[in-house]
Design a protein around this ligand. Structure first.
Ligand code: ZN
Length: 408
């Protein structure tokens, strides 16, 4: 490629292994009156750094454009709420938190995770850049700062005596282009014996399960332990434990601390050794993933073509960011799909980015009864299939697009 500068180590050599074309911003749901306006599109490509092996998108969109009026309200998913309650309990036990502790969550959304700490009497602080979402959290009684997290804010909080015993970040670490600034901020905000716990989709799972739709402009990075170790070490931190989670198609929860502050679990070295044994430090390993993505795209497009030629109607379920990547990369718009059903009232009445499918209430699936519904939020398949039993009882069938095209 022509120009590359790794956002972690600065290396100028990288290798693009996935090109999803020009894509609109995946969370930028349009209002009907926006249709006449130009819709910006940006190249969506993923490269691997030759030196530190960090996977990263090559074209960054400024975060202010992305997050100022974010429509993702976490509390709309039951699975996510259960995950948050379990995570809170696990952190309390691991860190021995009490009324004298401080838990800080970066990108705390509507407070769906922190409310568990509030209920347990543990002081906490959410940092949420989207003004509308920070307001919702504050109204629910979750102390929330409407700010972007960076090293300046971390130092400001530390200077006010608000250093953290536990810093949480769920699905935010991979979103911040200045990854060195983010990790430096963690180090600055953390008490000497504090702990950091970050969750993000694991690049190993993404590739194994061909979850290419996890790639969108907000997700700047796709992390491996291989790439994380040098990044944390650069800021005086080290990984002390790693857990593999099933959520979001396979995620990691990494635990980190100041170097030497806590013992290091064998889990870290084990996963690192596994990554090396698999060849995740070789560019060629990633090229095979690109080939599989293209084949699966062909499979779904031929199925849609066949069903439409048989006169079947097809809708979609889940107006998610991953759905936007998939629809735009596949070129599936109004000529193939009638609408997208979604439970989030904030999304209903809007249109999907790039493909402009109308977003309607989840109940419309049973009411309008398309023959097939393409399940864009396959990561919550079990929950959605249960919620949509009425549609299925009426003969409606779900098409699951990944990791292989299946009809349920
Ligand atoms: Zn690098």
């Amino acid at each position: 490629m022509t120009s590359f500068a790794c956002r972690s180590c600065g290396c100028s050599e990288g290798h693009v292994f996935l090109d999803l074309g020009l894509q609109p911003l995946a969370n930028n749901l349009l209002k009907p009156e926006d249709l006449g306006q130009p819709e910006p599109r940006f190249p969506l490509r993923v490269a691997v750094c030759h030196r530190c092996h960090l996977l990263q998108i090559t074209d960054i969109v400024p975060p202010v454009d992305l997050f100022s009026d974010y429509l993702y309200f976490s509390s709309f998913s039951d699975a996510l709420l259960r995950h948050a309650a379990t995570a809170c309990e696990s952190h309390r036990q691991r860190c021995g938190l009490d009324a004298s502790s401080l838990v800080v969550e970066i990108a705390s959304n509507d407070g769906y995770l922190l409310r568990n700490f509030v209920a347990a009497g543990i002081p906490c602080l959410g940092i949420e850049p989207a003004a509308n979402i920070a307001r919702v959290a504050a109204e629910k009684g979750i102390p929330t700062l409407n700010r972007f997290f960076d090293v300046a804010l971390a130092r400001e909080l530390a200077a006010q005596g608000r250093s953290a015993d536990l810093i949480l970040g769920n699905n935010v670490f991979a979103h911040v282009p200045d990854t060195n600034g983010f990790v430096a901020g963690l180090a600055a905000l953390l008490k000497p014996t504090g702990r950091i716990a970050l969750e993000f989709p694991y690049a190993g799972d993404l590739i194994d399960h061909v979850e290419f739709d996890t790639v969108y402009h907000e997700h700047v990075f796709y992390f491996t332990i291989l790439a994380l170790e040098p990044l944390f070490a650069r800021h005086g931190l080290e990984l002390i434990d790693v857990e593999r989670l099933a959520i979001h198609g396979g995620s990691l929860r990494i635990h980190a601390a100041h170097r030497g502050a806590h013992p290091v679990s064998p889990s870290v070295g084990n996963l690192l050794a596994e990554e090396k044994a698999r060849g995740m430090d070789q560019s060629g390993w990633y090229d095979r993933f690109g080939d599989r993505v293209r084949r699966i795209r062909e499979d779904l497009l031929s199925l849609v073509k066949r069903l439409r030629s048989e006169g079947k109607s097809i809708a979609a379920y889940g107006a998610s960011a991953k759905g936007s990547t998939l629809l735009n990369y596949y070129g599936l718009g109004r000529e193939s799909l009638d609408f997208v059903a979604d439970r989030s009232t904030a999304k209903q009445g809007r249109l999907t980015p790039g493909t402009h499918l109308p977003i309607v209430p989840a109940e419309d699936l049973a009411a309008r009864r398309p023959d097939y519904a393409l399940l864009l939020t396959w990561n919550f398949a079990e929950e959605i299939l249960r919620q949509q039993q009425a549609y299925r009882d009426l003969g409606g069938r779900f098409i699951v697009p990944l990791p292989e095209v299946r009809i349920l």
